[in-house]
Design a protein around this ligand. Sequence first.
Ligand code: AP5
Ligand code: MG
Length: 215
Amino acid sequence: MRVVLLGPPGAGKGTQAIRIADKLSLPKVSSGDLFRNHQENDTDLGRLAHSYMARGSLVPDGITIKMVMEWINTQNNSKTFLLDGFPRTLLQAEALDKELNFDGGLDLVLYIKVEEKELIQRLEGRLICKKCQTPFHIHTDPPSKSGICNKCDGALYQRDDDKPSAVKQRLQVYANQTEPLIAHYRKSGKLEEINGQRSVSIVENEIISILTQSK
Ligand code: AP5
Ligand code: MG
């Protein structure tokens, strides 16, 4: 299975990607996590990406495509993977289609749909683990010990781009540059729309059921 999780900032892509990858033993990657790992390691790419991410803009396509393609090519014949947050421009989608073309392309694009008011509440209360990047929420999904990740004991922090001004910009960028992908994938018959307003476990069960039926 080659699957993409598509949806606005705060839709629950990262939350679901971790759960689904664990349950179905799918290799997964988040382009945002790759950039944040580079920032943590203070690489040139990390410093460059930070200048775009902190203000809520997209990192340029060429850099992003190269980074994600390198990850895909480290997977076994690129046969199975779950992508969280890539592609998010038409150019990225075309690059991915081209890369996978030899083998039938993507199998499924899961579009997680959530209303804007709910997205803002989720992002403004989100905490992320510095070590494993698992997301929590101060009200709806607090960690068992304050400031500490349940999974790996890493320290939790608030992302720079979860501050209100960057959230506003990310939602705008999503509407302008990423939303057109919904029509692109709908046209190819690969899009499944999921109501992401429901609880984490209900959304997870629906995704697992879609993935196991289409295997
Ligand atoms: P990225 O890290 O991908 O951020 P994003 O797309 O803005 O998405 P988020 O991580 O904010 O949201 P999510 O859908 O993962 O939600 P989560 O599960 O955490 O990208 C960051 C930046 O990197 C971009 O702005 C850009 O600069 C750059 N970048 C990355 N990819 C790029 C690309 N392809 N091209 C160019 N630039 C790129 O959940 C959010 C909160 O909600 C959490 O607190 C969680 O606990 C809670 N929650 C989750 N599900 C539910 C639920 N069902 N009910 C209630 N609460 C829930
Ligand atoms: Mg995420």
